[in-house]
Structures are given as structure tokens and as C-alpha cells.
Design a protein around this ligand. Structure first.
Ligand code: SAH
Length: 287
């Protein structure tokens, strides 16, 4: 049987630092590249007493964690259940009650498929001070690093973010989604590729609609597969992609051919560029 982490045994209890109530920062870490952290996120990471983080937080970002503070992994581990959300909420409350400055670090943005609002509701119910530090969400960060615009004049006038993972299969109005003519971005959809594509095609989306699958977006191991909706009807078997993976559906994905600029560690990214003088606002304003 799989073990469950319990609050009593599963997390370290840092010493109370002062008698004032603490504060919880729900911090977005962005899609993985450390340079995509906001200045505020980095300040919180560097000044907090404890960090609670999960799977989406990249190795590069973890290497920025101060050595002398408590770090608690609260994501999914092989052979172990993740810390249940209810327990996690309680851990956040407990730490803050001890007067600690708590950094709850999440991949992307805490309010986009990140359960940040659920954690905040519990913290508010317990009168704990909370601050949100928004992060670059995968839809924005991964598509930018793949050279895919979410909108483009004359091609896509909007974008829609959806989740492929709900307790049961997502119960969308597929016909309405298929007709939107937006760039569709599916989070957590890798295991539902067949389900998603079949619903869209059945409800009228052209099976030739281009698609990009972005694995490990913005990270050195970034991999992008450009394909067509019809190809996804067989699930992931052709491409062997791994999580985290973002599914982007729509005509703008074809612009990658011209706009591609980052390929992880590949040579495209290591081009020597001429060093430019720092940009000067004064120069622009006096011109
Ligand atoms: N709060 C996060 C999303 C959490 S849901 C955000 O705003 O980005 C987790 C899903 O996000 C993953 O299953 C994947 O679909 C997507 N994702 C997050 N980071 C990613 C990355 N670096 N590359 C590809 N997909 C990513």
C-alpha cells in the first residue's frame, strides 16, 4: 500500500522566530528558467524562513534556495502520495502561526491551475496574512520559448486556457471550444491527448489544425513537437513526451517555423552576439 505523508511526522517544525504572527507568500516560480522568476519572487525566496515547493519547481530554481533555511517538498513522489491538499493548507497555517515568513513556491502562476486560491481561502479563514506573487504561467512562458505567439493579428484573436485533468474527464462544451477560433492551451493534458483531440475533431475542428506539444518549456531540456490534431488521435504513443508538457492548438503554432529562437542547450541558443552598450532611457527621452 502506498504511504501517506502525515502532518505529524511528515514535515519539519522550524523554531518560532518571534511572537508576531507570520505571513505566507504564494509565489509563482514561472515555467522553470530561473531568469523568469520575478524580482519579488527572488526576494521572498531569499528572505523567508521556510520554503514549501512542488514538482514543477525546476532544479535551476531550487539551486537558488538559501542553504540555511527549511525546505519542504510537498509534491508527488514515486511510491508516495503527495501531501494531501488539506494537510498542506494546515502546514501553511501552522508555520504562519509560529511567526514564520513562509514561501509557498509553485510552478507558473499560483492562480492558474495552481490551487493557490484554495490555499489562500484557508489562510484567510485563519486570519493569516497572505501575499500573492504572480508568476509567468506555462501558457505564456513555454509558448514564448517555443517561438509561438498566443495571439497574432489576422490569425488568432484570443487564447483560451483549459485543463486536461479534472477528477473525471473534463466536461467542457466541446462544440463551443471547437468553434472558438482561439489558440487553445491545455495544461495537464498529456495523458488526455486522445480524449482532447477526439472531442475537438468530433465537434467540428479541422483535423489538420496544427498543434505544438511543449515538454519542459523554457528549460535546457525543452522539446517541442509540431504536429496536427489528427496525429493526436493515437494519444502520446508516437512522441513519447514526458511531463510537464503543454498542448497548444491553433494556427499560430505554425509561426514557430519563423519565430523559433530557443532550443534548450542546442547551438541555436549559443550564437555569439555582439555586445551592445546598455540601453539608455535618457538617450531616448532627449532624442
Ligand atoms: N500553475 C502552473 C500550472 C500548474 S498545472 C502555471 O501557471 O503554469 C501543471 C501543468 O502546467 C503541467 O501539466 C503542464 O501542462 C504545464 N506546465 C507547467 N510548466 C511547464 C513547463 N515548463 N513545460 C511544459 N508544460 C508546463
Amino acid at each position: 500500500m502506498k504511504k501517506k505523508l502525515s502532518i505529524q511526522t511528515g514535515y519539519p517544525k522550524p523554531e518560532q522566530t518571534n511572537s508576531k504572527p507570520g505571513k505566507v507568500y504564494l509565489v509563482g516560480a514561472g515555467p522553470g528558467a530561473a531568469e523568469l522568476l520575478t524580482v519579488k519572487a527572488l526576494k521572498v525566496i531569499e528572505s523567508c524562513d521556510v520554503i514549501l515547493y512542488d514538482n514543477l519547481v525546476s532544479e535551476e530554481i531550487k539551486s537558488l534556495f538559501p542553504a540555511n533555511i527549511s525546505k519542504l517538498f510537498v509534491g508527488k513522489m514515486k511510491n508516495l502520495h503527495s501531501v494531501a491538499q488539506q494537510n498542506l493548507n494546515q502546514i501553511l497555517v501552522d508555520y504562519a502561526m509560529k511567526g514564520l515568513k513562509v514561501c509557498r513556491l509553485k510552478g507558473g502562476d499560483p492562480f492558474i491551475f495552481g490551487r493557490g486560491s484554495e490555499e489562500m481561502l484557508t489562510l484567510k479563514e485563519n486570519n493569516i496574512d497572505v501575499e500573492i506573487v504572480p508568476g509567468i504561467t506555462a501558457a505564456s512562458g513555454c509558448t514564448s520559448y517555443a517561438g509561438i505567439p498566443l495571439t497574432h493579428r489576422g490569425i488568432s484573436q484570443g487564447c483560451t486556457f483549459l485543463t486536461g485533468h479534472t477528477e473525471r474527464d473534463p466536461d467542457f462544451d466541446w462544440q463551443a471550444i471547437a468553434k472558438l477560433d482561439h489558440t487553445l492551451v491545455f495544461y495537464m493534458g498529456l495523458s488526455k491527448l486522445e480524449f482532447i483531440s477526439r472531442n475537438l475533431v468530433t465537434q467540428g475542428m479541422d483535423a489538420d489544425t496544427p498543434v505544438a506539444l511543449i515538454e519542459n518549456g523554457s528549460r535546457p531540456s525543452q522539446k517541442v513537437v509540431s504536429t496536427k490534431l489528427s496525429d493526436l488521435l493515437n494519444g502520446n504513443s508516437n512522441h513519447q513526451l514526458k511531463s510537464p508538457c503543454l498542448i497548444v492548438i491553433g494556427q499560430t503554432t505554425e509561426l514557430r517555423e519563423q519565430l523559433q529562437w530557443f532550443e534548450g542547450d542546442s547551438p541555436v541558443n549559443n550564437l555569439q552576439t555582439e555586445k551592445l552598450a546598455p540601453y539608455s532611457w535618457k538617450r531616448t527621452m532627449s532624442a
